[in-house]
Write a protein that binds this ligand. Structure first.
Ligand code: NDP
Ligand code: MG
Length: 395
């Protein structure tokens, strides 16, 4: 069997390191050909030492020089390339079979599109790329003949509940139910939400994740992005995507079929399961995740998401019904707002105000064309607008 030649975009992140953890269990199946990071040079070096990729990518010459020095000292011949264009080229390169897209944010979109257009097996964790790219992204997958495999646990769950032949999906699905843990503040008093600190917001009750997605889980903007992600992955209308809060994160999502039958995928909350499925689909391999113990399991409970506590969630359906490009504005505003919250510039509840106001200001100006350059331009404009909104919010 030929080994799958794998590129991991964002290998030093939470999903990236979990991917390497699964890959390390199956050296006969996977060859790591490329690894990339943004800031963490030391960890990227350690990964190069363990997996000996042909190529590593960093965003600046300075960091690349640092990595080259470390590699030379260790006698390793990994080639170090520089910049966002190097990510795009590598994602479409002939020496790569599969791409794990685990960069955080819209920054991952160009490389995802390149992998889609080149017909790769594309393991998509980078939900923001699909939220921004939407129709363009899905068209690239189709035109390139790529195999798009969802890694987000909810979307992997839906995917695992569906047959391989996607032509049958529309006939089977009545609606889907995405589960949400409700994050760390599910039961916190509404009037105390404004005082939440970044340290409190990044501690998730069930999952260990990067800082941005952890804040998104606390506001439930993560679920909003996932609703939009599901619309594209499974070609659903907004009405056919529902969300239920399930605090234990054991059921990862459900498909409600036309005949009333409900299919669910269960497991411990560990990203190694969806990652292993993406890596091995349509087979299954050992993931290294702990198994569910039904005898020790507490109750599984469900509740509706609280609209007052999680207003951001409801922006998803509005944005999907609005003109194309709206979801790109929402994503950009949210990335800026979360980053400002994490650096202490704005408060927790201001994240939603920034998102809603940026949408109000920019949505009426949306044009009709949505190629990659238009979307990147829109993303940049939305970030500028969001920063202005934040300035106006300062006391
Ligand atoms: P992390 O912040 O942990 O990792 C992000 C990775 O991307 C790091 O390798 C980082 O490099 C790199 N990176 C950051 N910014 C840039 C940039 N501008 N250009 C290139 N590379 C960049 O994020 P997660 O692993 O938590 O999440 C990754 C994606 O997967 C997100 O889209 C998230 O929504 C999605 N996801 C994550 C889940 C999880 O459990 N973590 C679950 C489901 C989806 P460096 O380390 O050097 O900063
Ligand atoms: Mg998820």
């Amino acid at each position: 069997m030929n080994r799958q030649r794998l590129l991991i975009l964002g290998s030093t992140g939470s999903v990236g390191t979990s991917t390497l953890d699964v890959v390390a269990r199956h050296p006969e199946r996977f060859e790591v050909v490329g690894l990339t990071s943004f800031r963490r040079v030391d960890l990227l070096f350690e990964q190069c030492r363990s997996f000996k990729p042909r190529v590593a990518v960093l965003p600046t010459e300075q960091r690349a020089a640092e990595l080259r020095g470390l590699l030379a000292g260790a006698g390793l011949d990994t080639e170090v390339r520089v910049g966002a264009q190097a990510l795009v080229e590598l994602a479409g390169a002939a020496e790569v079979d599969s791409v794990m897209a685990s960069i955080v944010g819209a920054a991952g979109l160009p490389a995802c599109l390149a992998a889609a257009r080149a017909g790769k097996r594309l393991l998509l964790a980078n939900k923001e790329a699909l939220v921004v790219g939407g129709a363009l992204f899905m068209q690239a997958v189709k035109d390139g003949g790529a195999t798009l495999l969802p890694i987000d646990s909810e979307h992997s769950a839906i995917f695992q509940c569906l047959p391989e032949d996607r032509n049958t999906w529309a006939r089977r699905i009545d609606h889907i139910v995405l589960t949400a843990s409700g994050g760390p503040f599910r039961q916190r008093r509404h009037d105390s939400l404004h005082g939440i600190t970044p340290e409190q917001a990044v501690v998730h009750p069930n999952w260990v994740m990067g800082r941005k997605i952890s804040v998104d889980s606390a506001t439930m903007m993560n679920k909003a992005l996932e609703v939009i992600e599901a619309r594209w992955l499974f070609d659903l209308t907004p009405e056919n995507i529902r969300v239920v809060v399930h605090p234990q994160s054991i059921i990862h999502s459900m498909v409600v079929c036309r005949d009333g039958s409900v299919l669910a995928q269960l497991g411990t909350p560990d990203m190694k399961v969806p990652i292993a499925y993406g890596l091995s689909f349509p087979e299954r391999i050992e993931s290294g995740a702990p198994r569910l113990d039904f005898m020790a399991m507490k109750d599984l409970s469900f509740e509706p998401p609280d609209r007052e506590r999680f207003p951001g969630l409801y922006l998803a359906w509005d944005a999907l019904r609005a003109p194309a490009g709206t979801t790109a504005i929402l994503n950009a505003a949210n990335e800026e707002a979360v980053s400002a919250f994490l650096s202490g510039t704005i408060g927790f509840t201001a994240i939603h105000s920034v998102n809603a106001r940026t949408l109000d200001r920019l949505q009426p100006q949306l044009g009709a064309s949505h190629g990659l350059d238009d979307l990147l331009d829109l993303d940049a404009r939305a970030r500028t607008e969001a920063r202005q909104v934040m300035k106006a919010l300062q006391p």
